[in-house]
Design a protein around this ligand. Structure first.
Ligand SMILES: [Zn+2]
Length: 102
């Protein structure tokens, strides 16, 4: 998601791309013949898949975000109060923090 008129960051672009892939996978899954009589069809399937992915995504990302938060405590991102990475002992942002924010 981006602010109107602002160029999306590479991370935002990656997340949008991942969302589109997840919706495509969910759409295919909801239409899977293996579901038998519970299989969904029609134009509303993609809308339902998008809603399901949007609802589930925060829960799926939570474990990863928790770990990334712990990484940022060890390797502070730029713009914070730390001037030196407490783990790497180099000026902020260290290589680890740079890898996470680009
Ligand atoms: Zn570091």
């Amino acid at each position: 998601m981006s602010v109107e008129g602002a160029r999306p960051t590479p991370l935002a672009q990656d997340m949008d791309h991942a969302h589109r892939l997840a919706v495509a996978a969910a759409t295919a899954g909801l239409q899977d013949a293996g579901l038998g009589p519970a299989r969904l069809t029609g134009e509303g399937v993609r809308l339902l898949a998008d809603a399901a992915v949007s609802s589930a995504t925060p829960f799926l990302r939570a474990p990863l975000l928790a770990r990334l938060s712990r990484v940022f405590l060890l390797h502070p991102p730029p713009g914070g109060v730390a001037e030196t990475c407490p783990t790497c002992a180099v000026p902020v942002p260290c290589a680890t923090a740079q890898a996470l924010v680009t």
